[in-house]
Design a protein around this ligand. Structure first.
Ligand SMILES: [Zn+2]
Length: 349
């Protein structure tokens, strides 16, 4: 993704039409996440990813089976094991091929999309159009997990510290798994923590072409995030800018490692500047149905679904609801590509 737009432009993109100052404020309708977060079934329409990864919806979504050859779906209570059929096929293929090659014991599949995509009540900013999936970096156990275990089992952090992986849990298996995922042409990006990217850069040897798609980003040390491109036939799907060329192991990675490094403590003798009470930032406006592409209205009501008129409680039964949160991904739509982003200010996710 190109450089995020300045905050003002971002806000404008989310609330395109401010009501005139004189008009009486209308009673707020339900937010898009309240509408899409409560739908239990797919929109019975032709499969289409609609809109942008972080502002869109999904028609004709398909669930990945909760158990399959080489995978198990986690956190079943969230009902987020839905995606565009291309994404489902891709995960099935990755599970099949990585296990057949003896690289990895099987996938623990984390969040994909909701049945009709759209924003989620908790967690992710992206995952809205059925083209994103989180895969745990914890190997699949050699048995069928119970539903309860799939809620309670914690993903394992791959980090020893902000800049290094933990060799006790990270190894060749994760490298091979991510490399294979990156090898599929429909995969456009894989997001991992900068320390994981560093480990991959070090492990890659001379075969480095695949590293290009593996982008460093905040979070993503319990799981990696696979993003596929807009499928054929999804005419209203908004493509992401291609990844910059090169393996991304140089200045871009160094810059990311600086970003995630713990801030150095000021020397104890330094005079402390008076602490000004910080003014709380105004809450980010919630995405409404009107902010989504127009087709998402039809997706929401397809098959006779009656959206709720009052906010409904959404239950997430997992013990620690979201160890694999990645809410900072792609909150903004891509800014128009006017300038070539500086390679040191990489923000490509
Ligand atoms: Zn994700």
């Amino acid at each position: 993704m190109p450089k995020p737009p300045p905050p003002a432009a971002k806000a404008a993109a989310i609330t395109p039409d401010k009501p005139a100052a004189s008009s009486k404020p209308a009673k707020p309708a339900l937010t898009a996440k309240q509408l899409f977060g409560t739908v239990k079934t797919a929109a019975p329409l032709e499969a289409r990813a609609i809109g942008w990864y972080a502002k869109g919806c999904l028609a004709g979504g398909e669930p990945i089976a909760v158990n399959g050859p080489g995978w198990q779906v986690m956190r079943l209570s969230r009902n987020r094991n839905w995606g565009h059929p291309n994404l489902v096929a891709l995960i099935e293929r990755l599970a099949r091929e990585t296990t057949a090659a003896g690289e990895w014991p099987g996938l623990l599949v984390g969040d994909m999309s909701q049945p009709r995509g759209g924003p989620m009540i908790s967690g992710h900013a992206s995952h809205q159009v059925g083209l994103d999936a989180d895969i745990w970096l914890t190997p699949m156990p050699d048995r069928k997990l119970t539903r309860r275990e799939r809620e309670d089992m914690s993903a394992v952090s791959m980090l020893r510290n902000a800049g290094e992986v933990d060799p006790k849990v990270w190894g060749e298996g994760q490298v091979k798994l991510i490399k294979r995922a990156a090898s599929y042409p429909e995969v456009e990006r894989i997001l991992v923590h900068p320390a994981l990217k560093k480990a991959l850069c070090e492990a890659a040897g001379t075969d480095r072409g695949w590293l290009n798609k593996v982008r460093p980003y905040f979070g993503h040390y319990y799981h990696f995030h696979v993003r596929i491109g807009c499928p054929k036939g999804s005419s209203n799907c908004r493509s992401q800018a291609p990844v910059p060329s090169g393996d991304g192991c140089g200045t871009e990675l160094a810059d990311w490692l600086k970003r995630v490094a713990p801030k150095p403590k000021p020397p104890p003798t330094a005079a402390k500047p008076p602490v000004k009470p910080a003014k709380p930032a105004p809450p980010k406006p919630e995405i409404t149905l009107a902010d989504l592409p127009p087709d998402c209205g039809a997706v929401l009501t397809a098959g006779g679904h009656q959206p709720p008129t009052k906010p409904a409680a959404v239950v997430d039964r997992s013990k620690n609801a979201a160890p694999e949160k990645d809410k900072t991904i792609s909150t903004a739509a891509p800014a128009p590509a006017k300038t070539v982003p500086s390679p040191t200010k990489a923000s490509t996710n």
